[in-house]
Design a protein around this ligand. Structure first.
Ligand SMILES: Cc1cc2nc3c(=O)[nH]c(=O)nc-3n(C[C@H](O)[C@H](O)[C@H](O)COP(=O)(O)O)c2cc1C
Length: 246
């Protein structure tokens, strides 16, 4: 079984491709959280894969919390694949200290964190996705052989990013209160449907954000009118749609 978590679709896409190539099934962590159930197949699983996006050089809090609650008495092989714009720092090692892993990989995908960065340009998005197809094939082959490998791109200043910057980011940056809508909301509800932590309610036809935001940017990128903003930081930034590159 492959468990995945996604904000903007990159990690789901990787999980689904990997499941096809390894003849496995996928399960969305967000669905388990929304339904407040732990599927029985998980307890029986002999092999578990986890696919998730890197958030500030570590796994998103909800992913870590979910993994720590798993009971996997029959599992003989656990692996993780993170998707990242650039690099993972020491985030996979930090995760493996709490949720032991036999193997891990990172896959570079288009960057979605527009409050701090610009979107990758079109050419880079196409290149990353083309490379990802190849990487998924090689990860699948190693998973099928249950290889114990560690192929994670840590990047520079890895320890500092994961153990110093990440806690600061979580403490000071991850908040819901900077989100708002510009004129032009058509009340389609896609923002609340896209939120993997169920944090957006529609009030009088418009989104309002609760306190559980993890800054995944799903709502910002899902809005067909491109009117969801985070403070002033996203006003002049593009929006990302994975399907434009497949
Ligand atoms: C809150 C947040 C923090 C991020 N931090 C990092 C990071 O530390 N390093 C990196 O390479 N990419 C980072 N990214 C980019 C994402 O990891 C990348 O775009 C990922 O593929 C998004 O996956 P998703 O579409 O499944 O949500 C970040 C994205 C978000 C939303």
């Amino acid at each position: 079984m492959i468990l995945y978590f996604t904000g903007t679709g990159n990690s789901r896409w990787i999980a689904e491709r990997l499941a096809d190539a390894t003849h496995d099934t996928v399960l969305n962590i967000a669905d388990c959280l929304k339904q407040e159930v732990m599927p029985e197949e998980l307890t029986a699983a002999e092999k578990i894969g986890i696919v998730f996006p890197v958030h500030s050089w570590y796994a998103p809090r909800v992913v870590v919390d979910f993994l720590l609650r798993l009971q996997l008495p029959h599992c003989r092989y656990r692996y993780a694949v993170c998707t990242c714009g650039d690099d993972m720092g020491k985030g996979m090692n930090r995760l493996a200290k709490r949720f032991p892993l036999d193997a891990a990989w990172s896959v570079a995908m288009p960057n979605t964190y527009i409050p701090m960065f610009h979107l990758d340009d079109e050419a880079l998005c196409h290149t990353k996705i083309k490379d990802a197809y190849q990487l998924i094939a090689s990860i699948a082959s190693e998973v099928l052989q249950q290889k114990k490998v560690w192929k994670v791109h840590e990047g520079g200043a890895a320890w500092l990013k994961t153990y110093v910057i990440n806690p600061l980011f979580v403490h000071f940056i991850i908040r819901s209160d900077g989100f708002y809508i510009d004129k032009g909301c058509i009340s389609c509800g896609l923002c609340s449907q896209s939120c993997p932590v169920n944090n957006i309610e529609t009030v009088n036809g418009h989104p309002t954000w609760g306190k559980e935001c993890i800054h995944c940017m799903a709502c910002v990128h899902a809005c067909p009118q491109k009117v969801i903003q985070y403070r002033k930081a996203t006003q002049k930034k593009g929006r990302y749609r994975l399907t434009n590159y497949l």
